[in-house]
Design a protein around this ligand. Structure first.
Ligand SMILES: Nc1ncnc2c1ncn2[C@@H]1O[C@H](COP(=O)(O)OP(=O)(O)OP(=O)(O)O)[C@@H](O)[C@H]1O
Ligand SMILES: [Mg+2]
Length: 246
């Protein structure tokens, strides 16, 4: 095999995600919005990746497509050796169920269910889940398992949402502004949990944030602007969330 082909296949093997010319256009004609303009990106497995960029630059759109919640208009979005663009809706659902956890800014907990029951929503359908109590203990909430969301602080609710997302031991954890609604102290506690998940479960953790200092804890920082990648920076060292200035 020629050297160039060996390199390509090794690179393919190393990437958990790879996009090629990934494009997303919302709407049509004069109202069309070009949210992604041909994104080429490689994400190696096992890293903490922070995605920064101005509002409207396409960060959530990218996350939603590689997370299997939405589809691109054109181009490729590979998860290991599977092109998400070629999957049926049913296959995308299985991809999400088996591999992916999501954490959003506004928690999305079921208000009528306790913390434990919110986590059980996921563990009941997962292949090899944690015990819900174990997932809640990982985020420091072992004493709050029978509380309803309304009885928990914002940071505690966010940690329940993280427990729910990690309880299935996902290959990938997608976090869209996970600290956006939190004060700095609570935000740091949440970032610590994300780092712990990366280290103990080996999950690839992708964080979209406006808190630029979060980049210091990442292995890789992707700067996004106007629907494309502007710069990718690999950090030689990763800051502890405690050291992050807000
Ligand atoms: N469902 C939609 N229909 C039409 N346009 C959309 C839709 N979702 C997003 N857009 C547009 O696509 C562009 C990219 O949006 P996106 O949500 O990906 O940005 P973002 O980088 O996540 O911004 P923010 O930091 O504000 O969350 C924006 O111009 C937005 O208005
Ligand atoms: Mg967004």
């Amino acid at each position: 095999m020629p050297v160039s082909q060996i390199e390509i296949s090794e690179n393919l093997h190393e990437a958990i995600y790879r996009t090629v010319g990934l494009t997303k256009v919302y709407g049509e004609g004069a109202a069309a919005v070009h949210a992604l303009r041909g994104v080429d990106l490689v994400i190696p497995p096992g890293e903490i990746v922070v995605l920064l960029g101005p509002s409207g630059s396409g960060k959530s759109t990218l996350l939603n497509i590689i997370g299997g919640l939405d589809r691109g208009t054109d181009g490729e979005a590979w998860f290991e050796d599977q092109n998400l663009a070629d999957m049926s809706d049913a296959e995308l659902t299985i991809y999400r169920r088996d591999n992916v956890g999501f954490v959003f800014q506004f928690y999305n907990l079921m208000p009528s269910l306790t913390a434990r029951e919110n986590v059980e929503l996921v563990t009941e359908i997962a292949d090899d889940p944690m015990d819900p109590g174990e997932a809640l203990a990982l985020v420091g909430l072992h004493e709050r398992t029978d509380h309803f969301p309304a009885q928990l602080s914002g940071g505690e609710q966010q940690r329940v949402a993280i427990a729910r997302a990690i309880a299935k031991r996902p290959r990938v954890l997608f976090c869209d502004e996970p600290t956006g609604a939190l004060d700095s102290k609570t935000g740091r506690a949440v970032l610590k949990v994300l780092k712990e998940v990366n280290e103990t479960l080996g999950s690839t953790v992708l964080i979209v944030t406006h808190a630029a200092a979060t980049a210091d804890m990442a292995h890789r920082v992707i700067h996004f602007a106007d629907g494309d990648v502007r710069e990718v920076i690999e950090n030689e060292t990763q800051a502890d969330p405690d050291e992050i200035e807000w």
